[in-house]
Design a protein around this ligand. Structure first.
Ligand code: NOJ
Length: 566
C-alpha cells in the first residue's frame, strides 16, 4: 500500500522503524500486534526480584525493535495477589511493588512516543475482598445497602448452613463462602465464581456500573488506548439464583453469557467512543457457541475478543484449518477482526504444549511430569508463530513466547497460583508460564534484575541459554524469527490487510494466500513437501531441506500475483 509512511527513530542506540498507515491508523486494532506484559515477570528495575514499571520502561526499545503495536498489561493495581492481581483493591493506583501512578503515566507516554499503545486489564466480575466496598459490606451486616453491591444471600437449611446454590467455581470447588456477622454469629453467604478472595459484584446495582465507567475514564484520560475485559461473559447473574440446569440453552446459564450483559458493553463502548481517538474494548470471552460469541462484537459493543479456539486445537492440519475457517466465518457477519492467540498467562507455553502427545489444551488435563519433547515443540511453535502472523486480524504475543520459553515445572513450595491449591495439588497451576524472563546468560536472575536478588519465581537450569542477549544476533533464534515476521507483517500490505484465500495443498498442509502475492504453507505431515511455483522465499520457520518444506514448518512464499488461486 503506497500510503504507508516509514519513520526511522533511534532509541538508546537501537534503530526502530515505526510504520504509520494514515488509512488504517484510526482502526489500528484491526491488524495490531499486541504484546502481553505480565509486569511481575517481565523486567525488574528496582532489583528486588519482582518485575516493575521501571523495568518495562527500560525495555521499551526492545519492544519497539520487536515490532509490536501495543502492550497489554495484566492488572497492575494494588492487590493482595490472591489471584495474580485479578483481585483488585484499588483501580486508581498502581501496586507499590510495581511503582507509582506517575510512573504508569510516564510509561504510557514513552511507549506512545515509540508508536506503541497501552491496553490495561479491567476485571468487572469481581474485586478483592480487601476492597473498601467489600470490607464495608462485611461490617454493615445483612440487609444493608453495602451488601447490595455483592451477592450476599442467606443459606439454605434450617440454620442457613447450606450454600445458596451448587454452582461450581472456574477454579474448582464451591462458589459461596459463609461470613461471620459483626455480632460473631455464622451469617450470610457471598458469591465468588473464582476464589473467596474475589467476591462477585452485583451488576444490577447502579454504583457498580457508574464506578466502572468512571474507572474507564480515569485511565482513558491518562492516554490508555484500550481495555482488556477479564471474564467478560460472567458479570451478570440470574437474580433468582437457580441451580445449574443440566444442559442450559443459549442465554439460560445462570451466570454465563446472560442476555442482559450486552447493555454493560454498549455503555462502555459509548465511553470509549467519546474520545477523540476512540478507545478500544477487547473481551476475554470463553464461549463455544460462535453465534453467541459474535454478539459481543456487534458494532456498538466490543471491538475484538480473544479467539481461543485455535490455541486449544491439537497439532493437526484438519482441526486447525477448520478452527481458522470457523473463526473467520463467525466474525464476518459483525464486521469485527479475528484475534490470534497462541498462549497467555493462563495457558501452558506453546513449545511445551506442542511437544506433548496431547497437543491440545484443556485446563483439566494439566498434570505434573507430562513427557515433553522440547525440540519438536519448539519447531512447531515456530511454525505456529508464522502461521498465526500470516492470518488476517490482530495478533497477541505473550511475553517470552518470542524467546521460545518452555513451561517450567516449579518446585511445589514456589507455586502461588490458587488453581494449583484448589485442585488439591493435582494441577500444577499457571505459574509455570509466569517465570521471570531471561535477558542475559549470566547473573543471579539472568538479567531480569541487575543485582543479586533472586526472582520471585525460580528460573530453571538452562534459562540463560534462552536469554535475549543469546538470541538477539543469532539468525536461527526464535527472537530473530519473531522480529522478522513482525517486521514483514508491518510493511507488507498483503500480509496485513490482504484477503485470505484457501489453497488446497493436501490433507496435512494449511495453505492460504494473503492478498495477491503472499502464499503461506504450514506442513503438519510427516513427509517434506515440494514447494509450489514461487518467485522467492520470504521467511521460513526452519531451513528448507533440498528446497522442500520439512515437517512441522511454515514458509511464506512470494508468488506471481493471483497464482495458486482456489
Ligand atoms: C481470567 C484471567 O486471565 C485469569 O488469570 C484470572 O484468574 C481469571 N480471569 C479471574 O479473574
Amino acid at each position: 500500500m503506497d500510503s504507508d509512511v516509514l519513520i526511522s527513530t533511534t532509541q538508546g542506540g537501537t534503530p526502530a522503524v515505526v510504520a504509520i498507515d494514515p488509512v488504517l491508523d484510526g482502526d489500528w486494532w484491526r491488524t495490531a500486534v499486541i504484546y502481553q506484559v505480565y509486569v511481575r515477570s517481565f523486567a525488574d528495575g528496582s532489583g528486588d526480584g519482582t518485575g516493575d514499571l521501571a523495568g518495562v520502561r527500560s525495555r521499551l526499545p526492545y519492544l519497539a525493535q520487536l515490532g509490536v503495536d501495543a502492550l497489554w498489561f495484566n492488572p497492575w493495581y494494588p492487590s493482595p495477589l490472591a489471584d495474580g492481581g485479578y483481585d483488585v483493591e484499588d483501580y486508581r493506583a498502581i501496586h507499590p511493588m510495581f511503582g507509582s501512578l506517575a510512573e504508569a503515566e510516564a510509561l504510557i507516554g514513552e511507549a506512545r512516543a515509540l508508536g506503541i499503545r497501552t491496553i490495561i486489564d479491567v476485571v468487572p466480575n469481581h474485586i478483592s475482598h480487601q476492597h473498601p466496598w467489600f470490607q464495608e459490606a462485611l461490617a454493615a451486616g445483612p440487609g444493608s445497602p453495602e451488601r447490595e453491591r455483592f451477592w450476599f444471600h442467606d443459606g439454605r437449611g434450617a440454620h442457613g448452613e447450606t450454600m445458596p446454590t451448587d454452582w461450581v467455581s472456574s477454579f474448582q470447588g464451591p462458589t459461596w463462602t459463609r461470613v461471620t456477622e459483626p455480632d460473631g454469629t455464622p451469617g450470610q453467604w457471598y458469591l465468588h465464581l473464582f476464589t473467596p478472595e474475589q467476591p462477585d459484584l452485583n451488576w444490577n446495582h447502579p454504583d457498580v456500573r457508574t464506578e466502572h465507567e468512571d474507572v474507564l475514564r480515569f485511565w482513558f484520560d491518562r492516554g490508555v488506548a484500550g481495555v482488556r475485559i477479564d471474564s467478560a461473559a460472567l458479570p451478570i447473574k440470574d437474580p433468582t439464583l437457580p441451580q445449574l440446569p443440566l444442559d442450559p440453552g443459549p442465554g439460560e446459564h445462570p451466570h454465563v453469557d446472560r442476555d442482559e450483559i450486552h447493555d454493560i458493553y454498549r455503555s462502555w463502548r459509548a465511553v470509549a467512543d467519546s474520545y477523540e481517538e476512540p478507545r478500544v474494548l477487547v473481551g476475554e470471552v470463553w464461549l463455544e457457541d460462535s453465534a453467541r460469541f459474535a454478539r459481543y462484537l456487534r458494532p456498538d459493543e466490543m471491538h475484538t475478543a480473544f479467539n481461543f479456539a485455535l490455541m486449544t486445537q491439537p497439532w493437526d492440519a484438519a482441526a486447525m484449518k477448520a478452527s481458522i475457517t470457523r473463526t473467520l466465518a463467525e466474525h464476518a457477519p459483525v464486521g469485527a477482526p479475528a484475534t490470534w492467540v497462541l498462549s497467555n498467562h493462563d495457558i501452558t507455553r506453546p513449545v511445551t504444549r506442542y511437544g506433548r502427545e496431547d497437543t491440545g489444551f484443556a485446563f483439566d488435563r494439566k498434570r505434573f511430569g507430562t513427557p515433553t519433547d522440547l525440540d519438536v515443540g519448539t519447531r512447531r511453535a515456530r511454525a505456529a508463530a508464522l502461521l498465526t502472523a500470516a492470518l488476517p486480524g490482530s495478533l497477541y504475543v505473550y511475553q517470552g513466547d518470542e524467546l521460545g520459553l518452555p513451561e517450567v515445572e516449579l518446585p511445589l513450595d514456589a507455586i502461588e497460583d490458587p488453581m494449583h491449591f484448589r485442585s488439591g495439588g493435582v494441577d500444577p497451576g499457571r505459574d509455570g508460564c509466569r517465570v521471570p524472563l531471561p535477558w542475559t546468560k549470566d547473573g543471579a536472575s539472568h538479567g531480569f534484575g541487575d543485582g543479586d536478588a533472586l526472582p520471585w519465581l525460580p528460573q530453571p537450569r538452562g534459562w540463560g541459554d534462552l536469554a535475549v542477549s543469546e538470541q538477539a544476533d543469532r539468525p536461527d533464534s526464535m527472537l530473530t524469527l519473531y522480529r522478522a515476521a513482525l517486521a514483514r507483517r508491518r510493511t507488507d500490505p498483503d500480509l496485513r490487510i490482504g484477503r485470505l484465500q484457501w489453497v488446497d495443498a493436501g490433507d496435512h498442509v494449511i495453505a492460504f494466500r494473503r492478498g495477491d502475492r503472499l502464499l503461506s504453507l504450514t506442513n503438519l505431515g510427516s513427509e517434506p513437501m515440494a514447494l509450489p511455483d514461487h518467485r522467492g522465499i520470504v521467511l521460513a520457520s526452519n531451513p528448507l531441506v533440498h528446497g522442500a518444506l520439512p515437517s512441522d514448518c511454515t514458509v511464506w512464499l512470494d508468488v506471481e500475483p493471483g497464482a495458486h488461486s482456489a
